[in-house]
Design a protein around this ligand. Structure first.
Ligand code: GCU
Length: 598
């Protein structure tokens, strides 16, 4: 090897070590459609070290030092310690972790035989909230964000035989995090979704976008993105059921434009039609099940496939109420989604962060539209210089994963942020612009609670409504704000009066089965009080101009440690229409009847 080559190689090695030391390796945005790739699951039991004092970094536990001499000792070990199931939050698996917010170190080994011409990726469905990942004692990178997938290419780092992965999962609340330090749900930590090894060819189909063009019922406008040295390739997109083959060629950046028309059996809640779509390059192929539908706002109406639709929604947190744990599995998804269907919903708002892919894929099959939301929640430090980049990264990760799901009709970019926060408007207007540039085919939204309720007049306004396709408002008249008159006499005054209004949250609390208490007092947490809120809200809905949909907060009672009443709450937000044991409250029937008549 020539001297100059040696010098270059050593320079690269020094750079890599520097990156290792500074830990500045950030995760890659994950490839799409992991389900249908050549993958090896790493789910199952992982050894763990619980690190309440956060000293595992200082001890460098990923190196798994062992005593060398008789007089040596090491004050940590994965061996002999507990195991945790992956996927799954750590709080619900060990009683000493019930309310834990801190670091847990996970370890998993796998056997590998490198294949010529193949590439290997380590893919995480999600880790809440910060993840540092090590392979064979070397840091391969980090990821921030508890609800979106990420990956690392380990082709050149994996060795033949046994390899060891160590993951530092930390769910401490971050002041400049998304969400920030204050939020009304349980802060489940850990490796909360699937972990997979994915093997690809040297050039593979990394990403694609196959959806109807905005406003069209028959024209698909999308793209395919290859990754690998062979950028310019012949691409085929096949839809066997339509006898359709569309051919294209990717450019020198591996990008191929997809643009074809056909007659589709359109996806809708009544007809959740999905087509098998096969994408082929010269070196890879991948199949997906894709629906085709058109969602848009026209005047004060939401149109699905050119017909007005009323959004009969419900809010859902990613929690299996019966397991008291972060939801992640297909069974968890079916429990939550069947319950939404039974209520009579056609839309689910996945509060307040992207849920696991099972929820979205199963909702699509069941004919439930999906509201996909970023954890840009209430107190966000918009003026911290790192926050806009974090928001953009999470947006990219959410859109990349879910953009081929026809059921997803809304990208929701924030919830109840405060208009007075420094840089909030600039940051969120910019985020909206970026979102529209990434995907113009869906509704883009901000959820607000900027409001005043005086003399039975309900006034809502916010700069962000100018950039949102819907006027989404969270209002709790009848719970946080007592009624000021007859509900049907409430006068609604809305900034941007020509846009559709979506009540993205309403409701109140009740403890299921709470009897022998004054039914007309909020402080009794009675079912009757909650039931009356729903009756009054529905009376008011009849007078709201441009109402395009409603979304009660929330389907199930769910864990939130700030809800501290020792008799009625016990660490639960009791606004569920259904208790955490699956018992329907009186208000459930009111909502069910309303949706049946809609
Ligand atoms: C807010 C917020 C929810 C919260 C709810 C409540 O509107 O968006 O996350 O749980 O109110 O107070 O119960």
């Amino acid at each position: 090897m020539l001297l100059k080559d040696k010098l270059f190689r050593n320079l690269v090695l020094v750079l890599l070590c520097l990156l290792q030391l500074t830990g500045s390796l950030t995760a890659q945005t994950a490839m799409v459609n992991v389900l249908n790739r050549n993958k090896t699951s790493l789910n199952g039991n992982w050894q763990v070290i619980i690190d309440p004092n956060g000293i595992g970094e200082w001890k460098q536990v990923w190196q798994e030092k062992k005593p060398q001499k008789k007089t040596d000792f090491v004050e940590y070990s994965f061996d002999g310690g507990p195991y945790l199931k992956v996927p799954g939050d750590f709080n619900s698996q060990l009683c000493e972790l019930s309310w834990f917010e801190g670091t847990v170190w996970y370890k998993k080994q796998f056997n590998h035989t490198p294949q010529t011409g193949k590439r290997l990726f380590l893919h995480f469905g999600a880790v809440n909230y910060l993840a540092d990942v090590y392979l064979n004692g070397l840091k391969i990178g980090s990821h921030e964000g508890g609800f979106t997938p990420f990956q690392f290419e380990i082709t050149d780092k994996v060795k033949t035989g046994i390899n060891t992965i160590v993951v530092k999962a930390n769910n401490n609340r971050q002041g400049n995090g998304l969400p920030g330090t204050g939020y009304d749900w349980f802060n489940y930590g850990g490796i909360t979704r699937d972990v997979d090894l994915i093997e690809t060819n040297s050039s593979y189909i990394e990403d694609y976008f196959i959806q109807l063009k905005k406003g069209s019922l028959n024209r698909v406008l999308g793209w395919v993105q290859l990754n690998g040295a062979q950028a310019a390739q012949n691409i085929k997109l096949k839809i066997p059921e339509l006898n359709l083959v569309f051919k294209a060629r990717s450019d020198d950046k591996g990008r191929a434009k997809i643009d074809f028309s056909s007659h589709f059996n359109l996806w809708s809640p009544e007809n959740p039609k999905l087509y098998k779509v096969i994408i082929e390059s010269e070196t890879d192929s991948i199949a997906d099940e894709i629906g085709f539908r058109c969602i848009e706002v026209q005047g004060n109406k939401v149109l699905l496939n050119k017909k007005p639709i009323f959004l009969k929604a419900v809010n859902i947190h990613e929690e299996n109420p019966l397991e008291k744990a972060r939801a992640y599995s297909m069974n968890d998804a079916k429990l939550l989604l069947n319950s939404a269907k039974e209520l009579g919903c056609n839309l689910i708002r996945l509060a307040h962060y992207p849920h696991n892919e099972n929820m979205i894929k199963e909702a699509e099959k069941m004919g439930l539209m999906v509201w996909d939301e970023l954890p840009v929640y209430q107190h966000v430090q918009f003026s911290d210089s790192v926050v806009p980049q974090k928001m953009e990264t999470m947006l990219k990760e959410m859109i990349r994963r879910d953009k081929n799901r026809a059921a997803v009709i809304v990208w929701s970019l924030s919830n109840e942020t405060y208009s007075g926060t420094s840089n909030r408007n600039n940051a969120l207007v910019e985020l909206t612009r970026k979102c529209r540039a990434m995907d113009s085919t869906r509704l883009i939204n901000h959820v607000m609670n900027t409001q005043s309720y005086v003399d039975n007049s309900f006034n809502i306004w916010d700069t962000l409504y100018k950039y949102s396709d819907l006027i989404s408002i969270n209002e709790y008249i009848g719970w946080y704000d007592p009624w000021q008159g007859k509900p049907s006499d409430t006068k609604w005054k809305v900034a941007f009066p020509d846009k559709p209004i979506f009540i993205s949250e309403f409701g109140g609390e009740a403890l299921y089965g709470n009897k022998n208490v004054p039914a007309d007092e909020a402080a009794s947490w009675s079912e009757e009080y909650q039931e009356q809120i729903y009756k009054d809200q529905i009376e008011m809905f009849g007078t709201i101009p441009n109402l395009c949909g409603v979304c009660p907060w929330i389907l199930f009672d769910y864990r939130s440690l700030g809800r501290m009443h020792p008799v009625y709450q016990k660490g639960y937000n009791r606004k569920g229409l259904i208790s955490d044991k699956g018992e329907k409250k009186k208000a459930w029937n009111i909502m069910h009847q309303y949706y049946k008549k809609k």
